[in-house]
Unconditional design. Structure first.
Length: 94
């Protein structure tokens, strides 16, 4: 059963490169925020898989829930900041 968790974790880690590309090279701020949020969601699942591998699911579920909450609050705060700045849909020409 551990090999299933290893392969699932490896596959999930590979899938995390797609939103990483969007977070780095996204044409707008919204694309970057969605990419960062997707990476955070996949990291939460990866933390639970790590807990299953080590046999300490109870500890890693707590860490994953705290990480998911921090990810949600950070993306929400960033989106409110860029919405108030009126630069949410256009890219700044620095």
């Amino acid at each position: 059963m551990d090999t299933l968790f290893y392969y699932s974790g490896f596959y999930l880690s590979l899938i995390m490169f797609l939103p990483l590309y969007r977070a780095i090279f996204g044409p707008t701020v919204v694309d970057r925020l969605i990419g960062v949020n997707a990476i955070g969601s996949k990291t939460t699942v990866l933390l639970i898989l790590i807990g299953l591998i080590y046999g300490r699911v109870d500890m890693f579920v707590d860490i994953a829930l705290a990480y998911a909450l921090l990810n949600f609050i950070a993306v929400l705060a960033a989106s409110r900041y860029f919405h108030k700045k009126k630069g949410l849909y256009e890219e700044s020409a620095d």
